[in-house]
Design a protein around this ligand. Sequence first.
Ligand code: NAD
Length: 496
Amino acid sequence: MSQEKLQFIAGERREGSSGKELSIIDPSTGETIATGVGADVSDVDAAVAAAKAALPGWASATPAERSDLLLRWADVLRARSAELTALESRNGGKAIKLADGFDIPGVIDNVTFFATTARNLEGKASGEYSGDHTSSIRREPVGVIGSISPWNYPLQMAAWKILPAVAAGNTIVLKPAELTPLTSLLFAETAKEAGIPDGVINIVTGRGSVVGQALVEHPDVSMVSFTGSTTVGKQVAATAAGSVKRVHLELGGKAPFVVFEDADLEAAARGAVAGSLINAGQDCTAATRAYVQRPLYENFVRRVAELMDEVKVGPADDMDTDMGSLISIKQREHVAGMVDRAVEAGAKVVRGGRIPDHTPQGGAYYEPTLITDAAQDSEIVQEEVFGPVLVVLPFDTDDEAITLANDTPYGLAASAWSSNVFRTQRATREIQAGCVWVNDHIPIISEMPHGGYKASGFGKDMSTYSFDEYTNVKHVMSDITGEAHKGWHDLIFTGH
Ligand code: NAD
């Protein structure tokens, strides 16, 4: 166990000022891996002040200068990727195979993507739209960004917030989830190692209701970007409204997985198991509700159950582990509680629904769980479980499938499985979600946006669309007539 300084402010690791010790746990064993002192409001003030001081220099750096530094940062991250992988896995109880094959390469790819797009911040071409003026568009940084991230993919979520912000010339203060701050802190340190100026990226660690709240309220923070639950997202938006801050919200999800009768059954079953169990189901886009057309239903349930039996649940640091632990014992209680209540309401547990008996004592493990016979309006179908739980329900007609897919408050992601292009085209058009996969579920890429519809929030992470969140669009309109008496003045001066 190490004693850590859990704040990174103005280019240096610092102790928090709250006086309250934070214990950082490895949830796959229950062991404390680090302790440190959480931030309080004075640390938020210091971090925002550092970001504000760094803003003029960073905002006026040329796109090429910012791009070069981001490319150097990617090199540093590549050199330290084994360290980042081990830490991400350990702090999250995440199977090391996942951290190694998905989290860390994804982050490095994001850095290189934003390094290149930093040089391509485009607006409309200049033009004489009124006839008497040249209009042009400037895309300017918004200012100091306050970002708040969740625990499920700590480093990827930090990267998704930090990269478009700094690529566009903003500076940032990020508050990671208090359970998982370690890789965000290391990420900021690697940025410094690459030469990114002090104060451009700052990290404050502590409780959401104190540190997060102070960041959202801060008068020198111009925009808040938040990834987390819909409940907290609503609070953040309400607080930000008090100072008219721009808000970008990436919230919960409850992704439908629609399997039509002409789908490839094996592909769909494998996709459902991988898509529901990735990151132990703690993924906002995870497949959570599979709707299967009646002729395939029984075989689909049987095959998913067989494939779930093949998934090895075990210690996060074992390369043979397919699925690690949940983030905490508290989260496991939440998942188990939802499964138990589903059973009380009449649902059947086909697989799992329990704590495995072979996993390390003290770890927050839960078995891959397959549920059938749940009612569409029940909690397990409507609410986020955020655990390794897949519910499968039958449907008869295509109309019914679309209606069911859209029948939750969320709209983050969805998938449609069919060999009929007209069916998949209809599903992609009519399912209300920020991403609809066809014959797959989960893959993401830096070039394409990620973000929600409905209660899953608004605004986009990744891709050049994210620059719409992190830039202000300014219209510059310049007179080209050189005349004192302009045509439109007749509206105010009559006849002279
Ligand atoms: P959470 O909402 O509990 O916490 C998210 C962050 O908000 C944490 O850093 C927390 O400390 C902070 N926070 C809590 N109260 C706050 C307040 N009053 N003011 C400011 N900040 C506050 O979420 P979580 O449990 O950490 O993460 C899981 C949730 O995140 C799930 O709902 C999941 O769907 C969502 N998520 C969404 C996406 C997406 O892209 N849409 C991605 C990952 C996770």
